[in-house]
Design a protein around this ligand. Sequence first.
Ligand code: NAD
Ligand code: USQ
Length: 383
Amino acid sequence: MKALVIGGDGYCGWATALHLSNKGYEVAILDSLARRHWDDKLGAQTLTPIASIQKRIQRWYELTGKKIELFIGDITNYDFLIKACRKFEPESIVHFGEQRSAPYSMIDREHAVFTQVNNVVGTLNILYAIKEEFPDSHLVKLGTMGEYGTPNIDIEEGYIEIEHNGRKDILPYPKQPGSFYHLSKVHDSHNIHFACKVWGIRATDLNQGIVYGVLTEETGMDELLINRLDYDGVFGTALNRFCIQATIGHPLTVYGSGGQTRGLLDIRDTVRCMELAIANPAEAGKFRVFNQFTELFSINDLAHMVQKAGATMGLKVEVKTIENPRVELEEHYFNAKNTKLLDLGLQPHYLSDSLLDSLLNFANKYRDRVDLEQVLPKVSWRR
Ligand code: NAD
Ligand code: USQ
């Protein structure tokens, strides 16, 4: 089976490309390398030193004898995308290739417009490439749990049965996203759903929660294969940031009251979910939605778990509440379903078991690379 991993130089994409290659898939990576450029412009670097994509792929080949083809270019350029697809002839298209930071999308008008054009146009081009020349290939697209927002009812997997004025229907679950980035994912979902309906495309939308950790079986094989670990106020996500803050003695930055609750998963489960989605493709014409997370935690839960795990390493970790730069509910109901991937065979890693191995130990090893200027948030939703 041939899998094209779009965004394969990024955090989830790199780990997934290696995992699929290890499992015997023929893999190609397509990436514009834009993320490295955005980091440079922000003056922020991943905590772990990552090699060039060419060196990473070469090292993988030396270690395993498995080849990964590379296409460098931007999927908003249809001509480039279709040529890469013609050359590789993918059976699965795994799409991670988007601007994925909520704060980045809220910097100003320019970044909001860029995020939505990059994400929505890129996905639309993929849908056209599938429709025009690869109608049987399966699109596996990364969505986000943040598409749903924080409604005061249970969150289903993509669809909800609604009874209204005596009639019933199963409809897309209502969306209340919290940033222009999260909104771009909602727009993608609508476009994919429509394309499935009118062209008979097969697609799976994986509404992923917040991913944590550095280590997978494959990225842990060699220092040159190491994955990125972002800790800055723009691309760093809550738990990854907390672990790095803990190792440098910076108080953990809980935004607001810390009652915000989210779905989370270990990067080792991300790669396994991708494998499961590809191995069990959606039917033609079907827009399938899975919620991809393994556990629910509030931000306060995460901070206290890091504090506790830090203590076992001799770290004295302080938790500090700072003014919330975002506009979001800080105390709310949150109960989301996540049974579809478990039914396909996912066996989750649990945070309580992996906090040290997959995160705090890495954070500690590379802590000299932390740029203190990047730790506090600078982007505000209100400005
Ligand atoms: P990342 O920034 O590390 O990787 C994204 C990659 O896509 C980068 O290498 C970038 O260069 C590439 N890219 C972006 N736009 C492109 C374009 N137009 N053409 C070609 N390549 C392009 O992000 P990530 O954390 O790996 O996230 C991957 C996907 O998973 C995103 O769609 C994101 O929304 C989703 N996701 C991530 C998380 C998380 O916690 N990291 C959680 C839920 C969902
Ligand atoms: N938060 C803190 N302190 C921090 C950083 C974040 O309290 O130092 C809070 C935020 O206010 C928010 C929550 O933690 O309430 C999550 O923020 P985050 O930056 O960890 O995650 P988010 O912005 O939602 O985005 C990340 C990924 C995105 C993905 C999303 C999944 O960057 O690509 O779509 O997680 S989800 O959160 O389920 O929508």
